[in-house]
Design a protein around this ligand. Structure first.
Ligand code: PHE
Ligand code: CO
Length: 317
């Protein structure tokens, strides 16, 4: 059974695309062999958003997804996200203009958006984050893809990722992540894999503990109606307290809802936990085995031990 799912912009973990829009838009410079086989690499350059080129259908897709998520995210998304949505003046009817959002981002946290055609090579992606530039895919999915898309599009990137860049602590975390990515690249594929898990389980699929209960801050969830409900309300997945090295050992799913969500107490906790130099952490983890996406360990702080109902039995990424 196919479940609604959005993939993070980490090229090396994406299977070859079947998406029509991407095939049309792809101006591949290259294909690269990774441990996942051949993976297309998009043009690395920043492009114009070219707002005038969006069709009525594009704007309608935005409006439909926006309306659905606004409704589902009340009481489910963290307050920081909902407040930032309002501050950014991200409109419900039309695809926003990046330049308008930049004005708010610049004054709040110094970030700006850069339009791209799709997934970027790791070094380009990390370089943008380190420079406080967030790459946003310029095209939006087709009406047939409201629930499922195999790669990030404008809705995921803009609606899911950009609001939290208004939050000073989260904005700094994203920048530090980019700098960490550049360092990990130099250390090799294993370090990169562990760092990518951190992105996956925080930036894409993170939950945060608040006085009012668990809330969503991960973009992969925020842009998916199905997973927004599943991650908080289903008894199937594990919900486990954030623990940096535990998380960096944990494989994940790219083809279904997550088997495990990691819960942070605050963005400050996330930032503080990742402040230290990672080189010794990578060295320590090198000797340790990976954990399956659904594993629960004796030392985990378990908020919910999932029933595992509906879990895929194939190997995790
Ligand atoms: N502190 C990490 C390092 O030295 C960089 C990093 C920061 C990684 C924030 C992730 C998030 O590599
Ligand atoms: Co993403």
């Amino acid at each position: 059974m196919q479940q609604s799912k959005i993939i993070a912009p980490i090229r090396r973990y994406i299977e070859p695309f079947q998406n029509k829009a991407s095939t049309m838009l792809s101006q591949r410079l290259d294909q690269k062999v990774t441990d996942k086989g051949y993976v297309p690499v998009y043009a690395t350059g920043v492009v114009a958003q070219d707002w005038a080129q969006y069709t009525d259908t594009d704007h309608t897709v935005w409006a439909q997804l926006y309306a659905r998520q606004r409704e589902v995210l009340q009481g489910r998304a963290c307050d920081e996200f909902l407040q930032a949505m309002a501050q950014l003046e991200m409109g419900p009817r039309q695809i926003p203009r990046f330049a308008d959002l930049d004005a708010h981002l610049q004054s709040a946290t110094g970030w700006r958006l850069v339009a791209v055609e799709g997934l970027l090579p790791d070094e380009v992606f990390f370089g943008h984050l380190a420079a406080r530039e967030f790459p946003v895919t310029r095209w939006i999915r087709s009406p047939e893809q409201l629930d499922y898309l195999a790669e990030p599009d404008l809705f995921h990137d803009l609606f899911g990722h950009v609001p939290l860049l208004m939050n000073p602590i989260f904005a700094d975390y994203m920048c530090a992540y980019g700098q960490g990515g550049l360092k990990a690249l130099a250390l090799g594929p294993r370090a990169l894999q562990q760092l990518a898990r951190l992105y996956w389980y925080t930036v894409e699929f993170g939950l945060i503990n608040t006085r009012a209960g668990l809330r969503i801050y991960g973009s992969g969830i925020l842009s998916s109606a199905g997973e927004s409900r599943h991650c908080l309300e289903s008894t199937a997945p594990n919900r486990i307290g954030f623990s940096l090295e535990r998380l960096m050992r944990t494989r994940y799913r790219i083809d279904s809802f997550q088997k495990t969500y990691f819960v942070t107490d605050s963005f400050q906790q996330l930032f503080d936990a990742t402040l230290a130099e990672f080189k010794p952490i990578y060295a320590r983890l090198a000797d340790q085995s990976d954990l399956a996406a659904g594993d629960v360990r004796a030392e985990d702080h378990v908020l919910q031990h999932g029933t595992g109902e509906g879990w895929a039995t194939s190997a995790d990424t």
